[in-house]
Design a binder for this molecule. Structure first.
Ligand SMILES: [Zn+2]
Length: 108
């Protein structure tokens, strides 16, 4: 994992395999873990398919929820990352394509 600071970013963090881009110096463990979960998702799917899927699912969620932020939070990749980013041991036990379980519900 390589963490790169990128001040002019809109978001606090972004995963771009194999890099984690962060806006602020000294990002917290939850943010880093969140982006690490996205790196794992990207490694499993391939980077380009991940982003294509991400954008297509965002557009579907945007139509579903009629709201940008709600749509973003409900993308399956984000549901998985937000549900588990405070569990710093999550990636040790996570199973392959775990985001799939977050497509139709909150994954629980
Ligand atoms: Zn995220």
């Amino acid at each position: 994992m390589f963490v790169v600071r990128f001040r002019s970013m809109q978001a606090d963090g972004m995963a771009l395999f194999p890099f984690i881009l962060v806006k602020q110096p000294n990002p917290g463990p939850t943010l880093l873990n969140h982006e690490r979960i996205h790196l794992r998702q990207q490694a499993e799917l391939g980077i380009l398919p991940f982003y294509v899927w991400y954008v297509v699912e965002y557009l579907i969620r945007r139509w579903q929820y009629r709201d940008h932020y709600t749509a973003y939070r409900n993308i399956s990749f984000e549901r998985e990352a937000f549900a588990n980013d405070q569990n710093l041991a999550y990636l040790k036990t996570r199973t392959f394509w775990q985001f799939w379980h977050y497509l139709t519900n909150d994954g629980l």
